[in-house]
Design a protein around this ligand. Structure first.
Ligand SMILES: Nc1ncnc2c1ncn2[C@@H]1O[C@H](COP(=O)(O)OP(=O)(O)OP(=O)(O)O)[C@@H](O)[C@H]1O
Ligand SMILES: [Mg+2]
Length: 356
């Protein structure tokens, strides 16, 4: 299958100045699960609303399944949406809630009931059909809201932070459920979140946005392994990637390309007990703080750069359970093969450094 949804140069201006979405290009394949990820205010909801037709597009084009969408009414776009604040009708049973969108379209009683049974089976709502929303758990309500959105067999499923009202355990559970449901149905899905774990675990590809612009599009692992710029590098991953100015690093270990301005290394890529002359940057550090997480710990380190320069702060993830102590001295090694390089504009430089 080729592209199913195609956005070309899609922009949204509110008033004359503020550009909430800036020239977004995105092609989505049929059946794909795309996560839109980015900080608050970066334009995720606005982009989704433009796709749904709830917000006119200021510039650019939107094509779905070969049809230009700009002038189509939201009702005629065959798109289902679930928002963070999905509203179920409190006075209606689950069954009536599910059937409502079909009733609005004048679909007969029998056909509605049949479809509601199918959707209830799919989402395991069968035993809840006669209950009202007040008698459901948060996760069950969320499933009903999704079920209602799916009743019409939409071409595209749009979700805007559908899990953000749920507690951490339920979110994890629903994350797996939604991903599983999406795969079973094979429905093309755009899923907005600012939770990177949701985006990384659920999506075939993630779209990272900042300030209205797309920063990178790719499979989660690729975005993690090869972030396109400093924004993506520090936005994806927790704790975030360490970023150093190249001029602050000891020059003797290897010669950096002259266009390198920043050097990054992820906390989990730092190696302890460095010894001998290995390619990369070695530091003697002092442990300033230890955060114990159970399976591993986060070490906050201060490294002296030698020549009387200010110390570098480094965050490292230590996997083994040998406790590090605050005040302890440690040798660390940033392997050349795990180092990320960025130029003056913050763009990734390829190829990475070669081992000598
Ligand atoms: N109706 C509007 N009028 C003017 N500005 C708006 C309007 N809707 C959104 N904006 C602005 O557009 C930008 C993008 O907003 P949007 O809601 O798309 O962000 P978001 O990425 O969904 O953020 P969040 O993660 O907080 O939901 C913000 O600066 C916001 O203030
Ligand atoms: Mg939003």
């Amino acid at each position: 299958m080729g592209e199913f949804v195609r956005l070309h140069g899609v922009s949204k201006r509110f008033g004359n100045i503020h550009t909430a979405v800036n020239s977004v290009d995105l092609c989505v394949k049929k059946g794909e699960f795309i996560a839109l990820l980015g900080p608050s205010g970066c334009g995720k909801t606005t982009l989704l609303r433009m796709i749904a037709g709830l917000e006119p597009i200021s510039a650019g084009s939107l094509v779905i399944d070969g049809e230009a969408m700009q002038d189509k009414h939201p009702r005629d776009r065959d798109i289902a949406m679930v928002f963070q604040n999905y509203a179920l009708y409190p006075h209606m049973t689950v069954r009536a809630n599910l059937e409502y969108p079909l009733k609005l379209r004048g679909i007969g009683r029998e056909a509605r009931a049949k479809r509601a049974d199918e959707i209830a089976a799919l989402l395991e709502l069968g035993t809840l059909l006669e209950r009202k929303p007040a008698a459901l758990s948060g996760g069950q309500r969320q499933r009903v809201a999704m079920g209602r959105a799916l009743m019409r067999n939409p071409k595209i499923f749009l979700m805007d932070e559908p899990l953000s009202n749920l507690d951490a355990r339920l979110r994890m559970h629903m994350r797996v459920e939604i991903a599983g449901l999406q795969r079973r149905l094979g429905i093309t899905t755009l899923y907005v979140t600012h939770d990177q774990i949701e985006a990384m675990t659920m999506a075939d590809r993630v779209v990272i946005m900042n300030a209205g612009r797309v920063q990178q599009i790719g499979p989660p692992q690729e975005v993690y392994d090869r972030p396109a710029n400093l924004f993506v590098a520090t936005f994806i991953g927790a704790p975030p990637m360490n970023v150093f100015r190249a001029v602050d690093l000891p020059a003797s270990v290897c010669s950096l390309r002259p266009d390198v301005v920043h050097v990054g290394v992820r906390p989990e890529d730092i190696v302890f007990d460095a010894e001998g002359d290995r390619p990369g940057f070695q530091f003697d550090c002092t442990v300033s703080l230890v955060e114990t997480l159970g399976a591993d710990s986060i070490l906050h380190l201060r490294a002296s750069t030698g020549h009387g320069e200010p110390e570098l702060s480094i965050i490292a993830r230590k996997r083994d359970n040998a406790r590090a102590l605050e005040g302890q001295r440690l040798g660390i090694w940033l392997p050349l093969s795990r180092i990320h390089l960025f130029d003056q504009s913050g763009s990734r430089i390829e190829p990475a450094l070669q081992e000598p």
